[in-house]
Design a protein around this ligand. Structure first.
Ligand SMILES: Nc1ncnc2c1ncn2[C@@H]1O[C@H](COP(=O)(O)OP(=O)(O)O)[C@@H](O)[C@H]1O
Ligand SMILES: [Mg+2]
Length: 256
């Protein structure tokens, strides 16, 4: 089963947390997990995974400026930008750009380090190519933590993935966004499933009335240890049955 999974949702809904919990769970189940951080404003994910921040993969291609220029040239000449052609299995990704904790590897497309560096478009394009070019086996899982909202859909990042997981917190914005994401996932021809996060009984009840129940995989409770680790910037070591249920569903392949 090929599993490249895109995790999306609104800012603060718990994308990075769910990504880290799921990565850990799948690693316990023996999978080789590659976590791709494509959110240029994420500064906590590597800590939740218990690794150092990896070097920006953007630098592999000469940095953001060089990549931006390459894309601009291609755009002006009307040719498709070929950003890079390498086809890598997870072990072949250059070591300089990955950090590992057991059988979990993490890489980051690129971070905005300075104010005024310009837009993040080259990063979106890079994320898309990277995802398409990574070759997985049945023992691998690729998890992509995206930026908030739906911009990544505009950039076609989801093209390279097999499944979209949307994280929803109990809020009006999440519900509204879920409708948009449903349309976009449908257009992209990708299966979409929901994970409710930090919803109590009442919140879960209301959300199940609004989103497609049959596509809700779990309602992950607000957990004190998860919160504490996130707050302190520590590795997430919490095991939650709801996350295990999501992992089992991924492995079952019933979504394909
Ligand atoms: N299930 C949960 N229980 C407790 N705290 C959570 C849970 N999910 C997320 N959080 C906390 O909420 C905050 C936002 O989560 P985060 O994963 O960074 O969101 P996002 O990546 O969507 O912006 C973090 O401080 C995180 O520790
Ligand atoms: Mg995040």
């Amino acid at each position: 089963m090929k599993m490249k999974v895109l995790v999306c949702g609104k800012g603060g809904s718990g994308k990075s947390t769910i990504t880290a919990l799921l990565a850990k769970e799948m690693s316990r189940k023996g999978y080789n997990v590659l976590v791709v951080d494509s959110d240029e404003s994420n500064f906590g994910l590597h800590r939740q995974l218990g690794v150092e921040m990896p070097e920006d993969f953007m630098n592999y291609l000469g940095g953001k400026k060089a990549l931006g220029q390459k894309m601009m040239k291609a755009f002006q000449s009307g040719e498709a930008a070929s950003i890079f052609e390498e086809k890598w299995g997870i072990p072949e990704i250059p070591e300089a750009y990955t950090v590992a904790n057991g059988n979990i590897k993490m890489m980051a497309v690129g971070k905005i380090h300075d104010f005024g560096e310009g837009c993040a478009c080259p990063m979106g394009a890079l994320a898309k190519h990277l995802l398409k070019n990574i070759e997985t086996t049945s023992e691998d899982l690729v998890l992509v933590d995206t930026e908030a909202g739906i911009e990544h859909f505009g950039r076609g990042v989801e093209e390279g993935c097999d499944l979209v997981l949307m994280v929803l917190d109990p809020s009006y914005e999440s519900i509204r966004l879920s409708e948009k994401i449903r349309q976009l996932a449908e257009k992209a021809g990708k299966p979409l499933y929901f994970i409710l996060n930090r919803a109590d009984k009442i919140g879960t009840h209301f959300m199940l009335e609004t989103v497609d129940k049959t596509h809700v995989l779990a309602s992950v409770p607000s957990d004190m240890d998860v919160f504490r680790a996130g707050f302190a910037g520590e590795e997430l070591k919490v095991e939650l049955p709801e996350i295990e249920a999501v992992a089992d569903f991924l492995i079952s392949g019933d979504w394909a």
